[in-house]
Design a protein around this ligand. Structure first.
Ligand code: PLP
Length: 217
């Protein structure tokens, strides 16, 4: 499907008003769609399945910055270590250790965001505030030092809800967590349905899929 570049331009100008970065979420979409947005100047794209990323990446220009936004299993880190620009969903020490190990193997420091569970909805993924605090203390007090991992910030997803106050308060909680741990870090929050709220609440990186590429099946 051809991409509506006026939507792209509009999102870009909103991003620039908030000094935020736009990551185009291309999951399930064909390489041709990515090429179209690439031709319009977009360089940051995101996938959420390892296999899909591995299939698409070699078919596309090498200056694309690939973001991994799905749940990453430790045993798959090795496959994407060399091509990934930023891993958004790190939610355990075990995963961080594996990323560090693979970074060491290929001589690359791999940039990561810690995923924080901010939505009211139940999910298995992401740190809650208590486990994040414990994790942070472990890393810094016990000097679990990962020299091939760089923690650049935080990522979160708000509830899938019409309740704007709820969504806003969830974004606000991530912003406040991010500010207390890494004041100048990346705050990856906001998707097609809620990016405006996310930007108003302090996001500096939005992940937009369906608004750019059309809805997914
Ligand atoms: C799919 C996905 C997005 C993009 O969702 P849209 O609603 O299509 O914009 C953003 N972040 C994550 C983690 C996703 O899995």
């Amino acid at each position: 499907m051809p991409i509506d570049l006026s939507v792209y331009q509009k999102i870009l100008s909103t991003c620039s008003a908030y000094k935020a970065k736009l990551v185009a979420v291309s999951k399930t979409k064909p390489v041709a769609d990515i090429q179209e947005l690439y031709a319009a100047g977009q360089r940051d794209f995101a996938e959420n399945y390892v296999q899909e990323l591995l299939e698409k990446q070699p078919q596309l220009p090498s200056d694309i910055r690939w973001h991994f936004i799905g749940h990453l299993q430790s045993n798959k880190v090795k496959q994407i270590a060399g091509i990934v620009h930023l891993i958004h969903g790190v939610d355990s020490v075990k995963l961080l250790q594996e990323i560090d190990k693979q970074g060491k193997r290929i001589g690359k420091t791999i940039a990561c965001l810690l995923q924080v569970h901010i939505a009211r909805e139940e999910t298995k993924f992401g740190f809650d505030e208590t486990s994040l605090k414990a994790f942070w203390e472990d890393i810094f007090s016990k000097r679990l030092f990962f020299d091939h991992v760089q923690i650049d910030g935080f990522m979160g997803m708000a509830s899938f809800s019409e309740d704007q106050d709820l969504v806003r308060s969830e974004f606000r909680s991530l912003k406040s967590i991010a500010a207390s741990y890494l004041p100048n870090g990346i705050i990856s929050m906001g998707m097609s349905a809620d990016y405006q709220l996310a930007l108003e609440e302090g996001s500096n990186l939005i992940r937009i899929g369906s608004l750019l590429f059309g809805s997914r099946n």
